[in-house]
Design a protein around this ligand. Structure first.
Ligand code: LMR
Length: 393
């Protein structure tokens, strides 16, 4: 049996992690996988999360199974964070998932169950694992143009042109903020135009919200999602706690599904069914950490301040890199780095230039020239800037 297996293409982001680890150079710089790092290259546990963990340790009295769909208090705390206070609880079904990836997967599964003929429209480019999961599922999908590789900004007209091809019941996958891999994001007006298009076509938005708090702020980063949620009758939202709570390995995510009041219970039981079929109960610990942080006023204030430091640190690095490149290139053609938001920017150079930076300078970025800004510090920014110019970008 096992000799029938075929080798699978390696995920390019995870493959890069292995390549980086194997590089013996002390000077190597990891700008690959989307993990936040401080100026010392560490991914620390946030103080508020550590404190929440201690409280849980002291008060937890059982390790028996938790809720199949997850914990209602986690759903409520996350719904308030994502959708804002006063979200329509009577229309909202929620599922705790194995990280944000699990939320995407369960969202795709739900869409396929509800409408086997649907096509899932994905931005070109998108997070490679979106495509990989959709291919693995045998789910029909189509790209819509998103990124202008000349200006390194959203090619909104092309996006809207392509989305005119959606059919009623298709799913349009949107990145809620901090687009991965490009760093280029929709303005609120553009979100409004997307909402108009979805209303007019009857396509259903699914929003992947993996970086809330990493772009313009916790509330600001949810603005597009909230606008869509306030306008469309049916909305799927896959949210991750990996990045903004720094709890990558706890695998805490949530899938929200907004629909009719009348279909809410059916949706909720279908979601629970999906968990049972795929992995039964979702991980508990991450949900408990997040709930504690979000509902304890002291911890919440501490966490928000820590998250804001992370966000402002990345913005500072963006500005430093753009300034450094402005000086070295004697032009403003890299100013887009300061305009982009989140962990990533696609700098728009060839795979050969990316490879040259790896070989010559030990700088690791994804082959499509996505770099993780959080992998830098004030000392490595000038090294990267020089490498970019030397690679002829
Ligand atoms: C990334 O894009 O680097 C992150 O979302 C991590 C991952 O799982 O790919």
């Amino acid at each position: 049996m096992l000799n029938n297996l075929k080798p699978q293409a390696q995920d390019k982001i995870l493959a890069l992690m292995g390549q980086f680890r194997a590089d013996p150079r002390d000077t190597k710089i990891d700008l690959g996988v989307g993990v936040y790092k401080d100026a010392d290259g560490k991914t620390p546990i946030m103080h508020a999360v550590k404190a929440a963990g201690k409280l849980l340790w002291d008060t937890e009295i059982t390790k028996t199974y938790s809720g199949l769909a997850g914990e209602p208090d986690y759903h409520a705390a996350m719904a308030e964070m994502v959708l804002g206070a006063g979200y329509p609880a009577d229309r909202l079904a929620a599922l705790s998932t194995v990280g944000g990836t699990g939320a995407c997967r369960q969202g795709f599964e739900l869409a396929a169950m509800a409408n086997p003929d649907c096509t899932i429209w994905v931005s070109d480019p998108t997070w490679p694992n979106h495509l990989s999961i959709l291919n693995f599922m045998g789910q029909a999908h189509k790209p819509y143009r998103y990124f202008d590789s000349e200006t390194r900004s959203v090619s909104f007209d092309a996006m809207m042109e392509d989305l005119k091809g959606v059919k009623k019941g298709d799913i349009v996958l949107l990145h809620g903020c901090c687009h991965n891999p490009t760093g280029a994001n929709l303005t609120l007006d553009q979100w409004g135009a997307v909402a108009d298009l979805l209303e007019n076509t009857g396509a259903i938005p699914m929003i992947d919200l993996a970086y809330q708090g990493f772009g313009d702020g916790l509330e600001e980063d949810a603005a597009g999602t909230r606008l869509i949620a306030s306008r469309l009758p049916e909305v799927l939202i896959a949210a991750s706690c990996s990045k903004n709570f720094g709890i990558y390995r706890e695998r805490a995510g949530v899938l929200f599904v907004l629909g009719d009041v009348a279909t809410r219970d059916l949706t909720q039981s279908t979601l629970a069914y999906l968990n049972r079929q795929n992995y039964s109960f979702p991980p508990f610990h991450g949900q408990a950490l997040v709930t504690k942080v979000l509902t304890d006023p002291t911890l919440r204030a501490q966490w928000q301040a820590e998250l804001e430091d992370v966000r402002l640190g990345m913005l500072g690095l963006r500005e430093q890199l753009a300034a450094e490149l402005r000086q070295l290139s004697n032009s403003d053609r890299f100013d887009f780095i300061a305009e982009h938001r989140g962990m990533f920017s696609r700098i728009g150079c060839s795979p050969e230039a990316v490879e040259k930076m790896r070989v010559d300078n030990g700088i690791y970025m994804v082959g499509d020239s996505r770099l993780n800004i959080a992998g830098l510090n004030p000392t490595t920014v000038p090294i990267l800037a020089k490498a970019i110019i030397d690679a002829g970008v």
